[in-house]
Each structure stands twice: as structure tokens, then as C-alpha cells.
Design a protein around this ligand. Sequence first.
Ligand code: FES
Length: 103
Amino acid sequence: MPLVLIEGPGIDPMRIDAAEGGALADLCDDVSAPIPFSCRSANCGTCRIVILEGEGELEEPDDEELDVLDVFGNAPPKFRLACSAKMRAGTGTLRLRPVTDDE
Ligand code: FES
């Protein structure tokens, strides 16, 4: 089953079982994951995340996500928006953290 691991400075490592894949935002909401959200519609960039491992577990970003990442000088596969990214169904592991202020 897909697994999401969330870590980062000041974050107790968190594990989310993502049985069917699906929207990363929903998976985060289900466990109150420490990923900040604001607009939830690929506009603000608040939910930018760094993919540490398993970028292939996510579906390809759409144009709106790419445009917001570009505003911040970020690009996939290293950076994604948690409000837009969707997990593929499967058995892999996605490891991520929120961006830091200097990213
Ligand atoms: S919450 Fe605004 S871009 Fe994701």
C-alpha cells in the first residue's frame, strides 16, 4: 500500500497509509499532518513541499501547479504543491517535508 512519510525540522515524523492513493491534501487532513494550507487551489504556494524520496508515487503536476511553483523558483520533481498533488495507487513510499523559509 502507498505510504506517505512526513518529516522536517520541528516535526515528529508522521506516517500516512494511503491505501488507494488520492489527493495528498485529503491524506494530510485525515491525520492533521503538519503541512500548512491556505487557498487549497494552487494559487498561494503556502503548501509547497519538498519531495525527499518517491517522486514517482505522485501523478504529474498540472499547469496551475507548475505556474505557482515557478513563481517561487521551485520545480518538480523536487518541489510540489500539497494541495494539488495526487498519490498514485500502488505500493511505494513518498517521503516529504514542508519547504523552509529560504526555499
Ligand atoms: S494551499 Fe495555496 S497553493 Fe496550495
